[in-house]
Design a binder for this molecule. Structure first.
Ligand SMILES: Cc1cc2nc3c(=O)[nH]c(=O)nc-3n(C[C@H](O)[C@H](O)[C@H](O)COP(=O)(O)OP(=O)(O)OC[C@H]3O[C@@H](n4cnc5c(N)ncnc54)[C@H](O)[C@@H]3O)c2cc1C
Length: 503
């Protein structure tokens, strides 16, 4: 299925499963390192003033005791704080002295993992991959696989709207334009779309654009399919989520320690059952969430290797257009093994923006992974360096695709890497930690520890909902209640159901 390789070049089930099970992959170091100290500079993190919580809680005393310890301050970890706060608010505890204490421990700066280094797309995949999901997991699960993406994106957008944060997080609701490389790919996508539609998926907003229209309106010689999607500044969204969680209810207290890597989680024989250990001291906790994405296996070695979470490095460049772009170009784009979007030019000073927004925008561009072969950049946790060959490929892409809008030979204004967490199913692990990933078997020695990680390069439209599932599991456990799977969560994401895997 050629077309699937083109979707953000990141989510591709069948190719991915053959990659991660290959001998080539096995020759790499299966256990992830901790995040490296000197990460490459990303536009999202290193634009002056962008990372309000960058070094929060990095000096002074460490929180010693908490009900919930969250390891990792990315989209997953901070979404979990938000959902914990909301769930506690819903309990209606007025007059009660109950207080749930949560602490977030982050190895580097706030949000300095994949969420602070990604492509900025919030793209629910409409009907893509439908047939493969249906064939492997059945109609209901296939529908849920796509519906959760829409649910997640709309929930995030509704928070942005409710709190009037669209300008703060640079939300652009421009849709996603997927360029189509061949007639064969076009036919395959159409089949996908029709199958999803027959199964009852809402695909009413999908538009098919012939090559003449794409050429005339957008300046590229390809046909395309357009569907609803967004781009934004993920780190700023995560910052706002943290601030909302922190101010939500007096029954939830939240603290954050950046530059505090967790080096181990060990059992305690007290009412707090886990000691979460860092070079600055330990935190005693009852519940621990591993929101560590590609680094998960560092603390949980059973997640190392092909059936676990494979750290995989991705790369982004910032290219400047040679012309202003019209409003219709201000979408998110994908296809041809790349993904990109123009920053709203009046969005921030570093975009050289003007009041009227007429200057040439910068374009955030990623992808190009085909150049490295199937196991490209897998088992790689060093985001301090970039891959030169990939960088060249990325620099060449926009002038080749939009010859009237980008100058050949132009250098990138910024370039960085980040670490994704891939899994053989291209789906995340969500739920209580198990000892045996393939069977979901557990003897209970990890009771109280949870994970939500492994979005396989497609985390923005999934992590926020997966964190909600975990937050509700924790709240249920705090109340001694049982948790049941929400109808919107694909069942195969759950750690205990991993035996459903079909490669
Ligand atoms: C180059 C690139 C481009 C991408 N583009 C897109 C895109 O456009 N759209 C999309 O949907 N997805 C994209 N993704 C994927 C997306 O960014 C991730 O799926 C998502 O950010 C995962 O969020 P997370 O919170 O689970 O992980 P992360 O954001 O990686 O957060 C994990 C955090 O845990 C911390 N950590 C790890 N180990 C420890 C430890 N032992 N102690 C303390 N802290 C620890 C890390 O420092 C990190 O901050 C991209 C990823 C990359 C790298």
């Amino acid at each position: 299925m050629l077309w699937a390789v083109l979707i953000l070049s990141l989510l591709q089930n069948s190719v991915l499963s053959s990659i991660v099970n290959s001998q080539e992959a096995l020759s790499f170091q299966p256990i992830a390192s901790l995040p490296v100290a000197n990460a490459s500079k990303s536009f999202w993190i290193d634009t002056p003033g962008a990372n309000l919580l960058g070094n929060e809680g990095s000096i002074g005393p460490l929180t010693e005791d908490a009900d919930v310890c969250i390891i990792g301050a990315g989209m997953t970890g901070i979404s979990a704080t938000y959902h914990l706060a909301k769930a506690i608010e819903k309990l209606g505890l007025e007059g009660s002295s109950l207080e749930v204490k949560a602490v977030v421990l982050e190895a580097r700066e706030f949000c300095s993992g994949a969420t602070g280094r990604n492509g900025g797309h919030l793209t629910p995949y409409s009907f893509f991959n439908y047939r493969e999901y249906e064939e492997k997991y059945g109609t209901i699960e296939a529908l849920k696989s796509l519906q959760i993406e829409n649910r997640t994106a709309m929930a995030m957008v509704s928070i942005i709207q409710e709190h009037q944060l669209a300008d703060v997080v640079d939300l652009v609701a421009g849709g996603h334009l997927m360029l189509i490389s061949s007639e064969e790919e076009y036919a395959s996508l159409k089949e996908e779309y029709l199958a999803a539609s027959r199964a009852g998926l809402n695909v009413g907003d999908v538009e098919w654009l012939p090559e003449e229209d794409v050429d005339r309106i957008y300046g590229a010689s390809y046909s395309a399919v357009k569907f609803p999607a967004f781009n934004f500044w993920p780190l700023k969204f995560v910052t706002q989520l943290y601030l909302l969680a922190n101010s939500s209810t007096p029954h939830f207290s939240l603290s954050l320690h950046t530059h505090t890597p967790v080096t181990s989680v060990t059992p305690l024989s007290s009412s707090r059952i886990w000691s979460v250990n860092t070079p600055r001291g330990s935190v005693k906790c009852s519940h621990v969430l591993h929101a560590t994405n590609g680094y998960a296996s560092h603390l949980l070695p059973q997640f190392g290797g092909p059936s676990g979470i494979i750290p995989t490095r991705g790369q982004i460049v910032v290219m400047r257009a040679a012309t202003p772009v019209n409003d219709s170009w201000k979408a998110s784009w994908g296809g041809l093994d790349h993904y990109w979007f123009p920053r709203p030019v009046n969005g921030s000073i570093s975009d050289h923006g003007t009041e009227d927004g007429k200057e040439n925008p910068v374009v955030i561009l990623g992808g190009g992974r085909h150049i490295g072969g199937p196991a490209f950049e897998q088992y790689e946790t060093d985001d301090s360096v970039v891959n030169t060959a990939l960088g060249e490929e990325l620099r060449a892409f926009l002038p080749e695709t939009f010859p009237h809008m980008f100058n050949k030979g132009e250098d990138a204004e910024m370039e960085w890497t980040g670490i994704m967490g891939y899994t053989s199913m291209a789906d995340p692990f969500v739920g209580p930690i198990v000892e045996h990933l393939q069977s979901g078997a557990t003897s209970g020695i990890f009771t109280g520890q949870y994970i939500a990680a492994g979005y396989s390069g497609h985390g923005m439209p999934r992590a926020f909902s997966c964190a909600e599932a975990i937050a509700n599991m924790i709240i249920a456990a705090i109340q001694n209640k049982s948790w049941s799977t929400p109808e919107w969560l694909p069942k195969r994401y759950l750690t205990k159901n991993r035996s459903q895997e079909k490669n």
